[in-house]
Design a protein around this ligand. Structure first.
Ligand SMILES: Cc1cc2nc3c(=O)[nH]c(=O)nc-3n(C[C@H](O)[C@H](O)[C@H](O)COP(=O)(O)OP(=O)(O)OC[C@H]3O[C@@H](n4cnc5c(N)ncnc54)[C@H](O)[C@@H]3O)c2cc1C
Length: 255
C-alpha cells in the first residue's frame, strides 16, 4: 500500500454543489470497476484523505472522480478549488462492495443512485464485462435539480457512443428523476418502484428476485429504504464474501 501522487488534468464544475476532475494514473494503481479509494490533498504537511468511488472505468489511462462541495468540509472546502497540474494523493488500495462479482449471475442489473452515488456506476456501465454478465443494465440517478444530473449527456448517448456502443447498444437504459424541479420524470426512485411502475418505464419485465440483480448507492435513507424494498421482494444482500441478489454502499457517511 502506498500513497500515489497524481496531477489534475481536467476539471468540470456541474453546479455549486458538485464537480468532477480527472487525474493522471500510475498504472500500478489497480481497482475493480465500482470500487472506491482514499484520495485527497496534502494539507499542513499531512495527507487528508476521504473515500471516493472511481468514475472512470479501469481500462482507461487516467482516473476520474465526482465530488460534492461541502461548505466547511475539511477536504472538499479545499478540493473544490483545485486547478490543472495540482497534486492529488491517492491511496493505492481500493475496496468496496459494488462489484459485479459480488452479485449472483442474472438477467437485468439495476443500478440505483442518488447524488454522488452515481460515481461507482459510471465505471460499471462502461465495463464491457458487465454486459457479458447481464443481459440488460439499467442505471437510475435521482437528484434535486436538473443541473445536478452529472454525466447526463454521456449517459443518454452511451447506446450510440463510438467507444462503447458495440457492447451497450440495446442493453443499456438510463433513467433519471429530479425531486425539486419540473422535469420529464419527477419524484424519488422508491416512489417509482412502489407506485409508478418503474419496470414499465424502463421497458423491462417486472422485477424477479430469482433473475434480477441490484446495486444501490446513495444517502443513508435511500439505501435503507431500497434495502427494505428489495428484501420484501425476496432478494438477499450480498457481500465481498457471499454473492447475493443486491449489494449496497452508502455514498457518504452521515455525521
Ligand atoms: C464508501 C464511500 C464512498 C464515497 N464516495 C464519494 C464520491 O465518489 N464522491 C464524493 O463526493 N463523496 C464520496 N464519499 C464521501 C467522501 O468520503 C467525503 O465525505 C466528502 O468528500 C466530503 O469530505 P469533507 O472532508 O469535505 O467533509 P466530511 O467531513 O467528510 O463530510 C461532512 C458532511 O458532508 C456530507 N457529505 C459528505 N459527502 C457527501 C456526498 N458525497 N454527498 C452529500 N453529502 C455529503 C455529510 O453529511 C457529511 O457528514 C464517499 C464516502 C464513502 C463512505
Amino acid at each position: 500500500m502506498a500513497i500515489l501522487k497524481e496531477k489534475v488534468i481536467d476539471i468540470h464544475h456541474w453546479t455549486d454543489k458538485t464537480f468532477s476532475f480527472k487525474t493522471t494514473r500510475n498504472l500500478s494503481f489497480r481497482f475493480k470497476n465500482g470500487e472506491f479509494a482514499m484520495i485527497g490533498l496534502e494539507i499542513d504537511d499531512k495527507p487528508l484523505l476521504r473515500a471516493y468511488s472511481v468514475v472512470s472505468p479501469n481500462h482507461e489511462d487516467h482516473l476520474e472522480f465526482l465530488s460534492i462541495k461541502v461548505p466547511n468540509g475539511p477536504l472538499t472546502s479545499k478540493l473544490q478549488h483545485i486547478d490543472i497540474n495540482n497534486e492529488i494523493l491517492i491511496n493505492s488500495k481500493s475496496t468496496g462492495t459494488l462489484v459485479c462479482d459480488y452479485l449472483l449471475p442474472g438477467r437485468n442489473l439495476y443500478l440505483f443512485s442518488t447524488g454522488t452515488g452515481l460515481a461507482p456506476f459510471m465505471s460499471i456501465v462502461r465495463d464491457p464485462e458487465t454486459y457479458e454478465k447481464f443481459e440488460n443494465v439499467i442505471l437510475t440517478h435521482t437528484v434535486r435539480t436538473i443541473k445536478e444530473l452529472a454525466y447526463k449527456d454521456l449517459l443518454q448517448n452511451l447506446n450510440h457512443d463510438d467507444t462503447y456502443s458495440y457492447v451497450t447498444k440495446g442493453k443499456f437504459e438510463y433513467f433519471n428523476t429530479v425531486t425539486r424541479e419540473k422535469w420529464e420524470r419527477t419524484g424519488r426512485i422508491t416512489e417509482w418502484i412502489k407506485n409508478k411502475n418503474l419496470w414499465d418505464a424502463v421497458k423491462k419485465e417486472k422485477f424477479d428476485p430469482e433473475l434480477d440483480r441490484v446495486m444501490i448507492c446513495g444517502s443513508e435513507e435511500m439505501t435503507y429504504e431500497l434495502k427494505k424494498i428489495f428484501e420484501s421482494f425476496g432478494s438477499k444482500e450480498g457481500s465481498t464474501k457471499v454473492q447475493g441478489g443486491f449489494v449496497i454502499e452508502k455514498a457518504f457517511a452521515e455525521k
